[in-house]
Ligand binder design. Structure first.
Ligand SMILES: CCCCCCCC(=O)SCCNC(=O)CCNC(=O)[C@H](O)C(C)(C)COP(=O)(O)OP(=O)(O)OC[C@H]1O[C@@H](n2cnc3c(N)ncnc32)[C@H](O)[C@@H]1OP(=O)(O)O
Length: 249
């Protein structure tokens, strides 16, 4: 049992921004040593609420357009299989980051809140953020195929800048979490170069620029799927944190 729990905790590869109160626990971590009794207790408690049922939102659904499906298949075909090593690995995505962290286990009961991962909280497929993230084998790059839904409108017919920022934070944050979870965004700089038509599928690509101790510098660009149009450029700084940072309230 202890071995299994440790394996689960080691597999924590995701982190997300969620409001935090005394009754809420967000943000798992990857190779976090169990520094405190509280950390150990949390892992044991979380593990006790396993459920086999969970939905991975990064799999195709009926709302995905042709371009979204084409690119999903393009990268998915280059993912690791049982018989071959691939260049990419698809990241599963659940409606709480802890689900992803624990490999899809539903943990909301213990968290005792209705909090949901911001990008996965709309029930209607295709209405908001439809996306799938792939990470390269050497973990230096991530690519996200993102289809924007009608609820993300900012300027008429185009995607809201905050929604674009959310996707950039999500992709770079997922990337940073793979490299060094748990992390938090310390800084995010965004340059909007050309508007994204609502409903379009675009690519959000991140690249690790450098690591300096606890700091991860990641750059990101959003382009049209053929790469001909640059929509957005960003740089982000993530800091790895001790999980206790999230438990202070
Ligand atoms: C699955 C989907 C994934 C989605 C991921 C989403 C991620 C998020 O959105 S996280 C939510 C938004 N972010 C936050 O709320 C973070 C709030 N800020 C904090 O909690 C803290 O300021 C935190 C953790 C970033 C840094 O605090 P702390 O760990 O105490 O670091 P601190 O000691 O102040 O600084 C460490 C180093 O980082 C540097 N640093 C800290 N903040 C910044 C900053 N904003 N800009 C530049 N440098 C910074 C410091 O200068 C210091 O540098 P050095 O070591 O060279 O002197």
């Amino acid at each position: 049992m202890a071995k299994n729990l440790f394996r689960i905790f080691r597999s924590f590869q995701s982190f997300v921004s969620l409001p935090f109160t005394k009754n809420q626990v967000a943000h798992p971590c990857a190779s976090v040593a169990f520094r405190t009794t509280f950390d150990r207790t949390m892992v044991q408690a979380l593990a006790s609420f396993f459920s086999p049922k969970s939905r991975d939102f990064s799999l195709p659904n009926s709302s995905w357009g042709e371009e979204m499906i084409r690119l999903y298949e393009f990268y998915n075909n280059q993912c690791e299989g049982e018989n071959h090593g691939g260049e990419w690995r698809r990241l599963p995505s659940y409606n709480r980051s802890l689900k992803y962290a624990s490999g899809g286990v539903y943990l909301s009961k213990i968290i005792q809140s209705k909090a949901r991962l911001f990008t996965r909280n709309i029930r209607e497929p295709g209405a908001a953020f439809e996306y799938v993230v792939f990470v390269s084998k050497d973990e230096q790059r991530c690519v996200c195929v993102f289809q924007s839904g009608h609820l993300l409108e900012g300027p008429p017919g185009h995607v809201h800048g905050g929604a674009i920022a959310t996707m950039i934070d999500t992709v770079t944050g997922s990337h940073a979490s793979i490299l060094s979870a748990p992390v938090m965004t310390a800084n995010l700089n965004i340059n909007y170069r050309s508007p994204i038509p609502l409903g379009n599928t675009v690519l959000v690509e991140s690249c690790l620029d450098k690591r300096e101790g606890r700091k991860l510098f990641i750059s990101c660009k959003v382009t049209s799927t053929d790469g001909s149009k640059l929509h957005t450029e960003a740089t982000a700084l993530f800091l790895s944190i001790n999980v206790s940072h999230l438990l202070r309230g």
